[in-house]
Design a protein around this ligand. Structure first.
Ligand code: SAH
Length: 437
């Protein structure tokens, strides 16, 4: 790891310039009565809907879902994410990918898979690192696989990553709905679901993806756990409200741990299924997953929130015009990943980025930058990412690794083997000071 970090940080010239991100789209005057109408007619027809169904409709309904219609990221959008704040973020994750690929014994093919790539900035920064570390990558066949539900955002990603070299598939039924070639000459394919990604050694990345997946909400009552649902307010038919469903639901009887001590619990079964899928792939084909999001380790209760124009927004108000999100429960993801993979973390973003060498990288960029305002911006974005009062603490890093990472590699050419006397944890980039769980 030291070697590849040094190789990347030593270089100077055009690769070490600071990239400005462009933001578009204004939230002024956005309103979407069609989504509210769609939800109220659904509730009128079939009764209150689960919070998961509400979230799914509002965010990813194929006609009017928030993610399907908007490019919501950036200063002019509803929220800003770490890859949009600083190129250093993606560069360090690029180094992490190369490091995990090396630790796996440098397989001949490497699939870089990103779930929910937003504007494509993270993958774009990673591809720059891959080009820079070409010699370390040793001629491996690298391919890029993006899982994106939003046709609008997939266009933004294609523009960012491929320029003109892109082709949209007409058929909705194809697993691959868009293909292209990156600026650095690598093949890129877009999918709607994780299940559609081809098999093979893969590094999976999910940044602010799991928090967008639908959650169920439950309330502890005298009669046991009851599910929180979304209903029409009887006083105001244009308004939605939460209700506690009087009888148990399928979700309330199956999704809660018997020993949970909390009064209120949120569970994201879709996130659990995706993590299981990633874990199975890592076991079968090798690879690793890095999940970064705001979250907790099974301790928080009511985290369901809306964001519009960088401000908190009532989750039930003007559905479809604001982002909806819930903190990721990493203890749930760990449970769903099962024992066949190793889970690391969650650790804070600050710890992860510091372990990955963010301070050195900042110094290299500052050394090559002579414009005072750009220097100030570099320092400000570094602070935003790492300061414990800002994104440094709230955002957490969590990883799934193959169990072969628990064993010391034996002699070259023999691959990774288990040691006779128990397994010895290997240092994992970014997490290296942690014990394995
Ligand atoms: N990773 C990016 C974007 C985060 S926003 C960043 O950090 O900047 C969430 C992303 O996940 C968007 O690209 C959104 O369209 C996508 N997304 C949300 N729900 C999804 C789903 N169910 N399946 C696939 N992609 C989804």
């Amino acid at each position: 790891l030291n070697m590849i970090i040094q190789e990347m940080f030593r270089s100077t010239g055009s690769k070490d310039v600071w990239f400005f991100r462009h933001c578009s789209m204004s939230v002024e005057g956005r309103s979407d009565p069609s989504m509210l109408r769609h939800l109220t007619s659904k509730i009128t027809a079939t009764g209150p809907i689960t919070v998961a169904e509400y979230m799914r409709e509002v965010l990813t309904n194929p006609v009017s879902g928030y993610y399907v219609k908007n490019d919501m990221l950036g200063a002019d959008g509803d929220f800003i994410t770490s890859p949009e704040i600083s190129q250093i973020f993606g560069e360090l994750i690029g180094v992490w990918c190369v490091s995990e690929w090396m630790a796996a014994g440098k397989p001949k093919a490497l699939q870089l898979v990103e779930l929910g790539p937003g504007r494509g900035s993270l993958t774009s920064d990673i591809l720059r690192v891959f080009r820079q570390l070409q010699s370390a990558l040793n001629g491996a066949a690298v391919s890029i696989h993006l899982v994106e539900v939003s046709p609008k955002l997939s266009q933004v990603q294609a523009e960012c990553l491929t320029g003109e070299r892109t082709q949209v598939c007409v058929s909705d039924k194809e697993a691959v709905y868009h293909t292209g070639t990156s600026h650095t000459g690598l093949p890129i394919a877009w999918y709607r679901r994780v299940e559609d990604i081809p098999k093979g050694f893969s590094i999976f990345l999910a940044h602010e993806f799991f928090d967008a997946l639908p959650i169920h909400k439950f309330q502890r009552t005298d009669k046991g756990w009851r599910e929180v649902m979304v209903d029409i307010d009887p006083e105001e038919p244009e308004k939605l409200r939460f209700v506690v469903f009087p009888a148990p639901t399928l979700a309330s009887t199956t999704l809660i741990q018997a020993d949970d001590k909390r009064e209120h619990v949120e569970v994201c079964p879709e996130g659990g299924v995706i993590v299981q899928n990633l874990a199975n792939r890592i076991v079968e084909d090798g690879g690793a997953a890095l999940i970064a999001d705001y979250g907790h380790d099974g301790t928080k209760m009511d985290t369901f929130r809306g964001f519009r124009g960088h401000k908190l927004h009532d989750v039930l108000l003007a559905p479809g015009t604001a982002d909806l999100t819930a903190d990721v429960d990493f203890s749930y993801l760990r449970r769903m990943a099962g024992g066949d993979v190793v889970c690391l973390g969650p650790i804070t973003q600050r710890t992860f980025l510091k372990n990955m060498g963010i301070d050195t990288r900042l110094q290299v960029l500052l050394r090559n930058c002579h414009d005072a305002s750009t220097r100030a911006q570099l320092i400000q974005s570094y602070d935003m990412l790492t300061n414990l009062e800002k994104m440094g603490q709230r955002f957490q890093f969590f990883s799934l690794l193959s169990r072969s990472r628990l064993a010391e590699p034996q002699e070259e050419g023999e691959g990774l083997k288990r040691r006779k006397k128990g397994r010895v944890p290997l240092p994992v980039a970014g997490f290296s000071e942690l014990g394995l769980q």
